[in-house]
Design a protein around this ligand. Structure first.
Ligand SMILES: Nc1ncnc2c1ncn2[C@@H]1O[C@H](COP(=O)(O)OP(=O)(O)OP(=O)(O)O)[C@@H](O)[C@H]1O
Length: 267
């Protein structure tokens, strides 16, 4: 469903060049839920923007359904971290969710149906006429998820969507993501810097190296499909998987520090 091949992204301009992503290759099967983790600044957001067709790679390519991505793909939706900036404050919740459906040129009755169904799917039945700023942070992020679901995407990208909410809300939203993934059968790529979250949510975890970034390691999460915040996180296997990923990220950071020191010694 989603293929990333030899992706490289170098930012340039203003006399500064940053090789954010060096060489990334991985793929997601249809209906898979994979989490992407890596050290801060390793290029996770850059990668997601390239996949979403919002940023052109320097080389390599992304394809969805075998079609090379050259702009935002029609059947893809993205949920960003900053819900506060992703919803329009002057529009009601319903109008926010409906907006991309107008772009899709769906008829009014179908749009209304999708808005009602997607808000219900995220547990928000009665806020359609409220404004985003009248809702809590967790509720606003639910609205952002509802807007993505209403769009009926085949591929959903989520970029650290719960980084700004409290722990209890975060746990609820994690369970919401698993349940909508199961219910709608979408292919989901979830970026997080939280190792526990990656193991809890994913069927697979892709570990990125420090910048310039490559895929350092991949782990299949062989935990039961039905997950529970207390029971799953208490499993011995959960602790083993978390330790394996932690070690990989630690190695990635150590390798990048050694590279930097070697480069400084040569300079
Ligand atoms: N528009 C830009 N111009 C120049 N450099 C950029 C730009 N956007 C990102 N970078 C650089 O590319 C690298 C990767 O940034 P990116 O935001 O993709 O990382 P990240 O893994 O998402 O970070 P974090 O985990 O902190 O959110 C960083 O060194 C960053 O400074």
């Amino acid at each position: 469903m989603l293929e990333v091949r030899g992706l490289r992204k170098v930012y340039g301009g203003h006399g500064r060049t940053v090789e954010a992503v060096r060489d990334l290759t991985f793929e997601l099967k249809a209906g898979e839920l994979a989490c992407l983790v890596g050290p801060s600044g390793c290029g996770k957001t850059t990668l997601l923007k390239c996949i979403a067709g919002l940023l052109a790679p320097t080389s390599g390519e992304v394809s969805v359904h075998g079609q090379r991505v050259a702009g935002p793909p029609a059947d893809m939706a993205v949920v960003f971290q900053e819900y506060g900036r992703s919803l329009y404050p002057w529009m009601t919740v319903g109008a926010n969710v409906e907006l991309p459906l107008k772009e899709k040129r769906l008829v009014r009755a179908r749009r209304r149906q999708l808005v009602t169904d997607s808000l219900a799917a995220v547990g928000l039945h009665d806020v359609e006429n409220a404004y985003p700023w009248q809702l809590s942070g967790g509720m606003q992020q639910r609205v952002a998820i509802a807007r993505a679901l209403a769009y009926e995407p085949q591929v959903l990208l989520m970029d650290e969507p719960f980084a700004a909410v409290d722990a209890q809300t975060r746990a609820d939203l994690e369970d919401l993501v698993r349940s909508v993934w199961q219910r709608f059968g979408i292919t989901l790529l979830f970026v997080t810097h939280d190792i526990d979250e990656a193991v809890y949510l994913g069927e697979r975890v892709i570990v990125l190296s420090a910048s310039p970034t490559v895929v350092q390691h991949q782990v299949t999460v062989d935990l039961p499909t039905e997950r529970d915040q207390l029971a799953t996180r208490s499993l011995a296997r959960f602790a083993e998987l978390r330790a394996e990923i932690y070690q990989q990220i630690h190695q990635a950071k150590a390798a990048s520090t050694a590279d930097r020191l070697a480069a400084e010694a040569l300079a």
